[in-house]
Write a protein that binds this ligand. Structure first.
Ligand code: HEC
Length: 488
């Protein structure tokens, strides 16, 4: 097929010519190498980076529609151009625009993943898909002039087909990231679903009355899905569905049915809580001993999606913790909260969009410099703070006076601080507090005894303290003092 383009091109890259051809290939080669090296230079290390990166990056899901639209237009224009040559010229222009749009979108997407610390198999596939797509598109740009001059007439059309396939695949990965991998199939008509189910390995829907649905899934839901779900799949692992759980993560299967000791997931939740591989990560409250026992028994008995009872597990009669008390509405302080968020390294996060769910005080990014004086500045938000993460901060015993005023607290992390607990009794006002972590401090058993009066305190962690030295390898396990006070 011989088509001659008469119009002057928008850039030298679009048209064959003695002068332009070498630079075009050179530019494509250099940009491709740069794209391929990008993930190795700025590694997606799973850690969040600068806020501005996330701010800018979050425009990626919006911006991505531009290159998609442009790319789809290219083959349409080429085909229609058989009848109307002017459209062929337009195709060259649209192709160049699509390339530019791909670079822009790729940059935004990379900022999003890098800035937010997102990792996981889907993120990786989506990223490489985007990179491959951009490179193939660049190759289209290079091979098109030859094609339109009637030389090498197969290469460009073949590359266009590759572009479309890469686009479909990358878009699907991106869709799975934002909507979850079952988004497309969830409301599929049953006959179609069966066809798809045949294609996907071992897809099985857990029975709603199964032990999995009743007891295993809720554990993951409350402890893990924040990092292993649709929004983020750390370690390539999702725990928000039975299938995803059984599929495992980047290290392979997380569950080996009938073999708890070989199941990575169980290993990770039973490590000492100070191990860097311990799950849940980042100092989140560990699983309760009975939850670990359920997991172990469930895996031992085939990790079934349907079994309703497990041998050896008798479930306590509804030992549910009382529903959390709503806190007062913080809406009036919204400006102050926002100001505080900007002024301090420590952050006040909203538990949910409902003001009555309260605030979380998070010092992770500012821990080494966060001291008693800084904590005192948060005192006026005390009526709204339900969780305070002060682990590894510079606070001392002097802060217990302040902390005593945080009456709605339901979780208090003080692990790894310099406290000795001499005035731990000041916490007597925290009548709602069920969870207190004092691991790796100098707290003594005498000091801990002063907490006896706290009516709701069920979990005190004392790993590696004078109250409970880290002598045995099992110390983390035994440090869980589940003091059930239902009998009192
Ligand atoms: C605060 C975030 C966070 C929470 C909460 C969390 N994880 Fe993780 N998890 C990670 C990160 C980050 C990785 C990857 C790094 C690593 O392997 O340690 C990971 C990796 C894993 C892996 C290894 C996956 C693989 O194939 O390499 C398992 C298993 C796991 N987590 C289980 C759990 C379980 C079970 C829970 C809940 C009890 C949980 N995680 C809660 C952040 C978290």
């Amino acid at each position: 097929m011989i088509v001659t383009e008469k119009a002057a091109g928008i850039s030298g890259m679009l048209h064959p010519g003695k002068r332009q051809t070498p630079p075009a290939w050179l530019i494509v080669a250099i940009s491709s190498i740069a794209l391929l090296l990008l993930p190795f230079i700025f590694k997606l290390d799973g850690k969040p980076h600068a806020d501005w990166q996330q701010f800018v990056g979050r425009f990626h899901p919006l911006a991505v529609h531009l290159p998609i639209g442009l790319i789809v237009l290219v083959p349409l224009l080429e085909i229609a151009g058989r009848q109307r040559p002017a459209l062929r010229e337009a195709a060259a222009f649209v192709l160049a625009l699509a390339c530019a749009a791909c670079f822009g979108t790729l940059a935004l997407g990379y900022l999003l993943a890098y800035g937010s610390g997102d990792t996981g198999a889907t993120v990786t596939r989506h990223m490489w898909g985007g990179i491959a797509l951009t490179i193939i598109l660049l190759l289209c740009l290079c091979t098109r002039p030859a094609w339109s001059a009637g030389v090498a007439t197969r290469t460009y059309p073949a590359l266009l087909v590759c572009v479309m396939l890469a686009l479909l695949w990358t878009a699907h990965q991106g869709g799975s990231l934002t909507h979850g991998s079952t988004y497309l199939t969830e409301f599929m008509p049953a006959p179609m679903k069966r066809v798809v189910a045949l294609a996907s390995i071992g897809a099985s829907v857990p029975h709603p009355d199964s032990f999995y649905a009743q007891h295993i899934h809720p554990v993951f839901d409350s402890h893990c899905v924040g990092c292993h779900g649709a929004a983020k799949s750390q370690g390539g692992l999702r725990l928000d569905s039975y299938d995803a759980l059984m599929r495992g993560g980047k290290s392979g299967p997380a569950i080996v049915p009938r073999n708890p000791d070989k199941s990575l997931l169980l290993m990770r939740v039973t490590l000492p809580s100070t191990d860097k591989h311990f799950m849940p990560a980042e100092g989140r409250p560990p699983l309760k001993p009975e939850e670990i026992a359920w997991l172990r028994a469930w895996i031992q008995q085939d990790a079934s999606a349907t079994a309703t009872h497990l041998a050896g597990i008798t479930l306590p009669e509804s030992r549910d913790e009382p529903p959390p008390q709503p806190v007062s509405d913080y809406s009036a302080l919204m400006n102050d909260i926002r100001q505080m968020q900007q002024a301090q390294g420590a952050k006040l996060a909203f538990v949910s969009s409902k003001p009555s769910d309260g605030l979380v005080l998070n010092t992770v990014d500012a821990a080494p410099t966060f001291d008693d004086a800084q904590l005192a500045q948060f005192q006026r938000f005390a009526p709204y703070i339900v969780e305070a993460n002060l682990a590894r901060t510079a606070i001392t015993d002097a802060s217990f006076d302040t902390l005593g005023k945080f009456s709605p607290l339901r979780a208090l992390h003080l692990e790894g601080t310099a406290i000795t607990g001499s005035n731990l009794a000041r916490l007597a006002t925290l009548t709602q507090l069920p969870y207190l972590n004092l691991s790796e401090t100098r707290v003594t058993s005498t000091a801990v005894a002063s907490l006896k009066s706290l009516p709701n305190l069920r979990h005190i962690y004392l790993f590696d303290t004078p109250a409970q030295p880290a002598s045995t390898p099992d110390a983390a396990q035994s440090s869980v003092q589940s003091t059930s006070r239902s009998a009192q």
